[in-house]
Design a protein around this ligand. Sequence first.
Ligand SMILES: [Zn+2]
Length: 276
Amino acid sequence: MTDPAVAVFVLVFAGLFGLVIGSFLNVVVYRMPAGIPLTRESRCPSCDAPVRPWQNVPVISWLALRGRCASCGASISTRYPAVELATAAAFVAVAWWALYAVEEPGFTASVAPVVIAYLYLAAISVALTLIDLDVHRLPNAIVLPAYPVLLGLFTLACVLGADWAALLQAVAGGIVLYAFYLVLRLVRPAGMGGGDVKLAGVLGIALGWLGWGALVVGAFAAFLLGGVFGLALLATKRAGRKTAIPFGPWMIAGAWIGIFAGDAVARWYTGLIFAG
Ligand SMILES: [Zn+2]
């Protein structure tokens, strides 16, 4: 059981760290699809005035500026503070999950790389969701490095004492989910993008590390969410049968359901079958 004072400190730190990362993700989401280098200094898109350091504080600056550029008064989208807050919420959720949901014999050294792996996954989840919604793409520059980053951190966790079987499961999970999406893409090329297949491998690794329950629930939840949303759009005539709805955000949302609740759902479901 974690000391409550330590838990509060960890959760607050995770939230503040999430705000900073969210601020960086705003830059990634805006610049990467447009091909603007990430290192260039930030400027107002309307008047080209450089953004001063004090105007770069997550959420606070937006509130202090009342959502307007200090130079020309052009409005700054509420999306910026919203992304910062969403990333902070995601980081707090991962920290909470690590503190209370992951069954570990005490807080061992091997937990640290695992938590970093899921924080990293949370960060790229936010970026990929927004970019896929904006331009219907899942950039290789974000998806492909996730393979070595996740596998590297999980390997480090094993070196520090985590079960090597979990690493094997992570690799197997990545292969299984990648192959599953590859088959879907070959069967119906219009339904899946190549980016979805590559993302599936990443999510499979993250889910596989936690077990087969997480993998199955995470994969199934994506289709359930995507299907329900698609039917709702059709029913309300907001979309025709041919409207391209990006699937990446549903894969990501489903994966997080698998990560946070996969084991519980799998236990409940098998209990349902074997009790009845
Ligand atoms: Zn301006």
